[in-house]
Ligand binder design. Sequence first.
Ligand SMILES: CC(C)[C@H](C(=O)O)[C@@H](O)C(=O)O
Length: 361
Amino acid sequence: MTPTTPPTVLVLPGEGIGPEVVRVGRAVLEHVLDRAGLPATISEHAVGRPAYERTGQWLPDPVRDALDQAAAEPRGAVLFGATADEPIGELRSRYDLYANLRPARPLPALHAVSPLRPERLEGVDVLIVRELVSDVYYGRRRTGTDAGRRWAGQEMYYREDEVRRIVRCGLGHAEARRRHLTLVHKANAIPDVFGLWLDVLAEERAAYPHVDVQDRYADTMAMELVLRPADFDVIVTGNLFGDLLSEITGAVLGSLGLMPSASLSPTGFALYEPVGGTAPDIAGTGRANPLGTIGSVELMLRHTFGAPRWADRLAAAVALAVGLWRTPDIAGPGDKTCTTEEMGAAVCDAFDAVATEEATE
Ligand SMILES: CC(C)[C@H](C(=O)O)[C@@H](O)C(=O)O
């Protein structure tokens, strides 16, 4: 296997709105690759409920084999839709997809969609760097009965090396962006775990003298993200707080359906998924917003394909498309709404317009 091997992309639609948004995400990916002349090997596999109903496995053995193979390649990637917790939790852990990047930058055309006043959105450009394979999610679980009363526990646990690599990841991104890092913790209530995080940050920041570093309690951060989102650049945190903060960031944008994510392993294997989840209430109605998935494709073009200019063009195409086309979650009163598929087609058309304009400049 040489580094010039084209990327292998496994498309795993999952369930709920997963298949709808991923169908569009894949079409947009193929459109961009076609225009860019970039080769890739793309295959699609059932996971989650559809797979369980057919095989009795959330993550069937043949899919696991395909994933193992892709993970061993220099540029393997997954485009993931949505499933219930089991398969995604297993995937993240099995492939050590520890660094979860969740960027949020409100598009000017969509400022009115946010519940925040437009002036609070000026300059908002946040990157949540969430640790994804440890914390209470994967902590030791115990249940029992004590004097007739049931009890249950799940341990919050972090190893130093797990903390160090995500803190480094956050610092690296901060250095490449606006050089501002906020570590989010809860050292007042959970002093051992987050004392470790703060110690590691104190050690690691020395290597990034240009990055301005601060820390926040998770509760304060939740408030400040709503009140002053423009004050933050990179936010690095653990798995649980990262989950909560990315949901708040989605609310700041006005729809969780807008948020993309990339989960990266130390080997470069990566999984790209929208943050929105299965959204069973709108599954099958054509109302799902595919922009979180299309944003995830943009991240794939950057990280897996190493094609930042094509990624930039896709971002520009999205900004153009939302000027005219709106799925219901981002439509204002009186706006005509479009379907998931129509939004995808609008982004592809806008992409060609952007590329043509650049070519004639
Ligand atoms: C589906 C669920 C387990 C998942 C998480 O908590 O990590 C989701 O909320 C997310 O943010 O990706």
